[in-house]
Design a protein around this ligand. Sequence first.
Ligand SMILES: NC(=O)c1ccc[n+]([C@@H]2O[C@H](COP(=O)([O-])OP(=O)(O)OC[C@H]3O[C@@H](n4cnc5c(N)ncnc54)[C@H](O)[C@@H]3O)[C@@H](O)[C@H]2O)c1
Length: 343
Amino acid sequence: MTNKIYRVAIVGLGRMGSTIDDERPAGFPAVSIAAACAASPRLEVVAGADIDPDKRAAFQARWGVTALYGDYLEMIRQEQPDLVAICTRGVLHAEMIVAVAEANVPMIFCEKAIACSMEEADAALAAVGSRNIPFNTGVLRRFGRSYHVARRMIADGEIGEPRAGVHYAGSNLLHGHIHSLDTLSFLLGDPPVVSVLGELLPRDLVIENNRLDKDPNAIYQVLFANGVEATTAPGGTWEFEVIGSLGSIRVCNNGDSLHLRKAKSEKERIFLDAPAPAVEAHSTTQSCLEDILDAHETGRPTLGNIQITHHLTEACLAVAESHRQQKRITLPLENRSLYIFHV
Ligand SMILES: NC(=O)c1ccc[n+]([C@@H]2O[C@H](COP(=O)([O-])OP(=O)(O)OC[C@H]3O[C@@H](n4cnc5c(N)ncnc54)[C@H](O)[C@@H]3O)[C@@H](O)[C@H]2O)c1
């Protein structure tokens, strides 16, 4: 790690770019990109772009940033930032990722999900992957300490051989399940997704012209290459559980704590509560951005790099394709133009 302070430019000065922390209780770790940069000794916001002049004015008043633009590409040309954070809504993500990569920005953060179709995701993969640009998205649990502790315990064999993963909470597909699929994948060590069985809700929803203009609620079962079957239970608060041959670990209450259970013995498979480490709250947005810096400085891949993000976007869209075809879909997804709008 160097002492360099990296210059950040934000595209989209709305909630995730600037103001979402107002929706959290006082003292909650930084969520917005601007707040996470303010919390990090390694990051400084030097510019912002938004098509809405009121958002630009509010951003200047709040963060004291004066280099503000209506055109984000003009901002990049003028300010030459080290890192661009794309915080616009979903329909713009892929085209902005491509344009920012082609503008030779050294590091990119983009809000999730990166694309509405695999055609869009393929373009983002080509633009970022071919330039080897350190890249992460806003699937923030991947950067949360409780999830890191759980992943380490699973990898170390604390629950035996992982057999199944469960996500809890009802959710829409590209806005919400891009998170749930990403977190299940992360907890299991990011094995490739082999196949997906999914249903959109309501079950009689028809996908006309290979396109949905509203992000649908969804449920799924996913088979990972390590043999783990993962599913989503559409109820409760956001939690994740991985069940192994000799125990289970659950990340409770959206990352607040861990619940570990271990088999009494190899022969007597009664699962008993076991002590799990307490995990301190921290800014997952800050960790996500600093992971990009560490990758830039060391040459290692980012935790949520474009290849992983592209693959999990494919798994997410395969849920809708499974609903459309009424059958299990094996990746890669053939239907690259299936389009699902999301915010
Ligand atoms: N990771 C998370 O936990 C999390 C939380 C909230 C939102 N999000 C994601 O963040 C993204 C943004 O959501 P939001 O709630 O902040 O939206 P928002 O509407 O509050 O902000 C988006 C901003 O983008 C601006 N914009 C639109 N077109 C633009 C353009 N061409 N150039 C520059 N600016 C433009 C809009 O004027 C608006 O100010 C979404 O993809 C959402 O899914 C993620």
